[in-house]
Design a protein around this ligand. Structure first.
Ligand code: BES
Ligand code: ZN
Ligand code: ZN
Length: 479
């Protein structure tokens, strides 16, 4: 889809439809005077009361060049979410065959508007050879005049949302079309296109280094693992010496291993690399928006399979950090690959760690599909992450990590067990990672419940959401 920002009065816009936002309990803007009669009739009919996500279409509006005038309900002004309003309207209008949509900004933020359009236009239907959904070809945000830097904001929004869609495409890839090495290839192609440094540690190199936790998970699959590394370096490094690491879980398929998962719903475990995909999408955006802090992405990627070589419950592996781990459940594999990546990031000189992982079913039980679970050993870093998330409209909830939970991970035969028992599963998983983050400021984001939508929402298609891409980028930009 092409996107652009134009400076034009309402009546000069040429498009299949021009959308205008109407708030509940407020009169329509005076520019819509020509349509007041229509709006009055609409409101009296009860068909349209400007509640959030209501749409009403007037064809061949007199005095406009556009073919349709679409009134978009926005609800009350204080609970208005422009990004969601635009994406909801886009999803409804593309289905009606609108190809060229103009959005009358009327003073609102072009960044959120274009984000909504690009996100709303995404459908995970690339493998359908028939019945592909309809889509917009052009989204044009329209402002009266260029006030504050509208072009810059529009460009930022486009980059953020396109990067989020890049992540959604990756997360939706089935495991036969995205093995660990294919994920590495996709990361390399993105890095080359974006002028980022790319490197990947292969199995031999990881053996030399002693990444026993990651390799233990990988050994059950014929697909070799990798540790993908993508580096962004600002033109002039900040005096602070800060270096941000983004670490993302990259399990291209999670059968559970020998502690195998039930068949029902297992197909969804293709999105067990959504954390890694989010980190890569953020790097794409970061390469274009150029924050002043160095950022390095680390994506440990493996396939968690059953097979003659697979690790067994009770196996003891030695992590890159040196601590030994008793693998009591082979389905708790994400934490095993992440700890070796976290240790590697620290040894590379990263001063702040933020990871995203579809880590536990327990976080889905706790927070459902609404909030990301956020854990930390450093309140200040968490504060930065939460502020970035709030600014970008991504919901996150601060989860506890008291010392009391730590003892859940005791093992009779090794330094740590990889599971903590039935209760508080998202917390014990986070504690496991914390043991390896040590004193380095670290935030862990459990996105098992938020990286995938089982049912479409009015503002978003069913499937991959691309959560965390905007938060990570904003975090780096605001450093
Ligand atoms: N990939 C899963 C977590 C998951 C669950 C992601 C649901 C997305 C949706 C993870 O590797 C896993 O299997 N975790 C186990 C841990 C348990 C064995 C301690 C879980 O949550 O059941
Ligand atoms: Zn698992
Ligand atoms: Zn997993």
């Amino acid at each position: 889809m092409e996107t652009k920002l134009q400076y034009q009065p309402l009546d000069k816009i040429e498009a299949d439809a021009v959308a205008v936002v109407l708030f509940e309990g407020e009169p329509a803007p005076s520019e819509l005077k020509f349509a007041y009669g229509w709006l009055d009739v609409l409101r009296e009919s009860g068909e349209f009361s400007s509640k959030a996500n209501e749409l009403a279409t007037l064809h061949q509006p007199s005095t406009l060049r556009a073919k349709r005038l679409v009134a978009v309900g926005a609800g009350k002004r204080d609970s208005f979410d422009l990004r969601k309003t635009v994406s909801t309207a886009v999803r409804a209008l593309k289905e009606k065959g609108v190809k060229k949509l103009a959005w009358w900004l009327n003073g609102s933020d072009p960044e959120a508007a274009v984000e909504g359009a690009v996100l709303g236009n995404f459908e995970p239907d690339q493998y359908k050879t028939a019945d592909q959904g309809k889509s917009l070809e052009l989204f044009c945000a329209v402002a009266a005049t260029n006030g504050a830097d509208l072009d810059g904001a529009f460009e930022r929004g486009r980059i953020l949302a396109e990067s989020q869609n890049f992540t959604r495409e990756l997360a939706n890839e089935p495991a036969n079309r995205l093995t660990p090495l294919m994920l590495a290839d996709r990361a390399r192609a993105m890095a080359e296109e974006c002028g980022l440094e790319y490197e990947a540690l292969d199995q031999d190199r990881m053996r030399q280094l002693g990444m026993g936790a990651l390799l233990g998970v990988a050994q059950g699959s014929i697909e070799p693992p990798a540790l993908i590394i993508v580096r962004y370096k600002p033109e002039s490094a900040p005096k602070s010496g800060d270096h941000l690491a983004l670490v993302g879980k990259g399990v291209t398929f999670d059968t559970g291993g020998v502690s195998i998962k039930p068949a029902e719903g297992m197909e969804k475990m293709k999105y067990d690399m959504a954390g890694g995909a989010a980190v890569l999408g953020a790097m794409r955006a970061i390469s274009k928006l150029k924050p002043s802090i160095p950022v390095t992405a680390f994506v440990p990627t493996v396939e968690n399979m059953v097979g003659g070589r697979a690790q067994r419950p009770g196996d003891i592996v030695k992590s890159f950090d040196g601590k030994t781990v008793e693998v009591l459940n082979t389905d708790a594999e994400g934490r095993l690959i992440l700890i070796d990546a976290i240790t590697y990031a620290k040894r590379q000189g990263c001063t702040h760690l933020v990871d995203a992982a579809t880590l536990t079913g327990a976080i889905v039980v706790a927070l459902g599909h609404v909030n990301v679970g956020a854990f930390t050993n450093n309140e200040a870093l968490l504060g930065r992450v939460m502020a970035a998330a709030r600014a970008e409209g991504e919901k996150m909830w601060h989860m506890p990590l008291d010392d009391d939970y730590k003892e859940l991970l005791k093992s009779a035969f090794a330094d740590l067990a990889n599971i903590g028992g039935r209760w508080g599963g998202a917390v014990s998983a986070a504690w496991f990672l914390r043991e390896f983050a040590g004193d380095t400021p670290w935030v862990h984001l459990d996105i098992a419940g938020t990286a995938w939508l089982d049912d479409a929402r009015p503002y978003m298609a069913k499937g991959p959401t691309g959560v965390c891409v905007r938060t990570f980028t904003k975090l780096a930009m605001g450093w």
